[in-house]
Design a protein around this ligand. Structure first.
Ligand code: CDP
Length: 225
C-alpha cells in the first residue's frame, strides 16, 4: 500500500531538510512542490515576464515543463535550474506566481500524478488541505520568523548564495503574508494536521518527531481497519 505524508508550513521552517531525511530513512519518494513554483518563477524572470502580471505569467503555462529528478535536481525545459531557483531574486517573486490559480492547477495535477504510484512525503503550503486531502499523515511545521530567517540565511551562505539576514527575514515575512492571504489554496493548517513547532529543536530531533508522528498515525489507521 502506498503511504502519503504531507508536510506544510511557512517559509524556511525546515520542511524540505526534514522531509528529505525522513524520506531516506523510510524509503519514500520526496517531492518538493516549492521547487516547482520556483522553477516556474525562474522561467518567467528569464523571459522578461513581470511576475506580478497574472495574465502574462499564466500565458506561458504550456511552455514550461518542470521535472523533479532524484538528488534534488530540478529541470526547467531540460535546463538544470537546481541552483538558480534558490536565489533571492526568485524567492522575491515566487509568491506572486504561486497565487495564480491556473498555474497552481497545472502544477498540482503533476504533483498528484507523482503521488499515485509511490509512497511519498510531499512538502509545500497546500498539500494537506488541497493537493492530497486524503494524505495518511499531515504535519504543519512551524518556527518563529526570526528562527526561520536565521536558518535560511545560514543555508544560503553555506550554498554560496550571497544575502543578508535582514533581507531574508523581510522575504520570509512577505512570502508568509502573500501565501496565507491568497484566495486559492492558501497556506493554512489542515484541520486534521499535527502542529509541530521546531523553534527549539535540532534537525535530528524534528526528524525523530516526524517519524514518531508517522508511525503513530499509521498504527491508528491500521487499528481502525
Ligand atoms: O523553502 P521555502 O520554505 O523558502 O519555500 P518553498 O517550499 O521553496 O516554496 C517557495 C514558494 O512557493 C512559497 O513561498 C509559496 O509561495 C510557493 N508554494 C506554494 O504556494 N505551494 C506549495 N505547495 C509550495 C510552494
Amino acid at each position: 500500500m502506498n503511504i502519503s505524508v504531507a508536510i506544510d508550513g511557512p517559509a524556511a521552517a525546515g520542511k524540505s531538510t526534514v522531509a528529505k531525511k525522513v524520506a531516506k530513512i523510510l524509503g519514500y519518494t520526496y517531492i518538493d512542490t516549492g521547487a516547482m513554483y520556483r522553477a516556474f518563477t525562474w522561467y518567467c524572470l528569464k523571459n522578461g515576464i513581470n511576475c506580478q502580471d497574472e495574465k502574462a505569467s499564466c500565458s506561458v503555462i504550456n511552455k514550461v515543463k518542470i521535472q523533479l529528478l532524484p538528488n534534488d535536481v530540478v529541470l526547467c525545459n531540460g535546463e538544470d535550474v537546481t541552483k538558480p531557483i534558490r536565489e533571492p531574486f526568485v524567492s522575491a517573486n515566487v509568491s506572486y506566481i504561486a497565487s495564480y490559480k491556473d498555474i497552481r492547477l497545472a502544477l498540482v495535477e503533476q504533483q498528484r500524478e507523482m503521488a499515485k504510484s509511490n509512497s511519498v512525503i510531499m512538502d509545500g503550503r497546500d498539500i494537506g488541505t488541497y493537493v492530497l486531502p486524503n494524505a495518511d499523515v499531515k504535519i504543519f511545521q512551524i518556527a518563529s520568523p526570526e528562527t526561520r530567517a536565521v536558518r535560511r540565511y545560514e543555508e544560503n551562505i553555506s550554498k554560496g548564495i550571497p544575502c543578508t539576514l535582514e533581507e531574508i527575514e523581510a522575504d520570509v515575512r512577505k512570502r508568509d503574508y502573500i501565501d496565507s492571504h491568497r484566495s486559492f489554496a492558501p497556506l493554512k493548517p489542515a484541520s486534521d494536521s499535527v502542529l509541530l513547532d521546531t523553534s527549539f529543536l535540532s534537525v535530528d530531533e524534528v526528524v525523530e518527531e516526524v517519524i514518531n508522528i508517522i508511525n503513530k498515525k499509521l498504527k491508528e489507521k491500521e487499528k481502525r481497519g
